[in-house]
Design a protein around this ligand. Structure first.
Ligand SMILES: [Zn+2]
Length: 325
């Protein structure tokens, strides 16, 4: 039995346990049966556990790899596209993703170099000094190390996919290229990482295709509001449990974003002026330990506060200095 079914649409979730220590809990991806199509929405991590979970789910429901008709990738992160190369090597089917995911999934060297330059300048602007430089060094090392993670088959823009009952929705914020699939007739959303039951999804700072910083937290808020405007009753997400009260959870997440923003505004009012000041005052030691996540959070909040007219900044000696309005 699938978890959800009507005559035209069935959902077969694949959930891979990541162990108690991993805050994501599980990696989830989904087999979707639509009339004569069998679509894989996301493709997990690239490891044996994920591969076996995928194979077992196919087998358990009477499918083989040959029945798969397409893979749709929700966004470019490695825990969502890990098995794509292996699948397409075995069975040559089309792969779809948002247009702006393509250079990221392909690990386009020009794009990745632009992205490194972006972070180099970003961390200078937010006064992150040596800690910022270390993060940029790490990105440079990853460039070589992750060479093999590139998606090999050609990737088509998602608009070209024929998904029958499923509407494709763009949910930027956590990743600029994130998409979800909306099954309007059954009020089910496949949301990837736009909304998670047990943790808030990070809005990760990213450049657009031209190296300009995206307003990622504001985009996350807009994506959550977009979901809130739908009569959605069930969200199948990229990690953790299925979401049975999406409207209540969105309210909680939006409230938390506002609370964090207010806390940051007060820190600035009390004399934290640079990005690093603000991040260290807010997060203490976590600033060093989880630098890129912390800076994503702080930068996202600062851009959002500035956009709402609550704070302003000037540039001094190559770094921004914030003040409240
Ligand atoms: Zn994820």
């Amino acid at each position: 039995m699938s978890e959800y079914q009507n005559t035209a649409f069935r959902v077969y979730p694949i959930k891979v346990d990541l162990g108690k220590k991993n805050p994501l809990k599980t990696v989830n991806f989904y087999l979707l049966s639509l009339d004569d199509q069998l679509i894989l929405f996301d493709a997990g991590w690239n490891d044996q556990n994920n591969w076996e979970a995928f194979q077992n789910t196919l087998k358990h429901h009477g499918f083989t790899m040959k029945d798969l008709t397409a893979v749709v990738i929700s966004h470019n992160h490695i825990d969502h596209c890990g098995l794509v190369n292996r699948i397409v090597e075995t069975h040559d089917i089309p792969v779809f993703a948002h247009q702006i995911a393509i250079p990221r999934l392909k690990r386009d060297p020009d794009f990745l170099q632009m992205r490194i330059n972006f972070f180099h300048e970003l961390y200078e602007r937010f006064d992150c000094g040596d800690r910022g430089k270390r993060q940029v060094d790490y990105l440079v090392e990853s460039l070589d190390k992750n060479h093999d993670a590139a998606i090999q088959p050609s990737i088509s823009a998602i608009e070209k996919a024929q998904l029958q009952l499923l509407e494709i929705l763009h949910f930027p914020g956590h990743a600029p290229d994130q998409i979800g699939l909306w099954a309007q007739e059954s009020n089910i959303l496949f949301g990837a990482d736009v909304l998670l039951q047990h943790i808030s999804s990070n809005a990760l700072v990213e450049p657009d295709g031209n190296g300009k910083r995206l307003p990622t937290l504001h985009q996350s808020v807009q994506s959550l509001n977009k979901i809130a405007s739908l009569p959605v009753e069930l969200v199948y997400s990229g990690h953790g449990a299925d979401i049975r009260d999406p409207h209540g959870l969105i309210k909680k997440r939006l409230q938390r974003i506002e609370e964090k923003g207010e806390k940051i505004r007060v820190l600035i009012q009390n004399g934290a002026v640079t990005g690093r000041d603000i991040a260290q005052s807010y997060y203490g030691k976590t600033y060093d330990q989880q630098f890129s996540l912390v800076m994503s959070e702080i930068i996202g909040q600062l851009d959002y506060l500035e956009q709402k007219g609550k704070v302003t900044k000037i540039m001094m000696n190559g770094a921004y200095r914030y003040s409240v309005i």
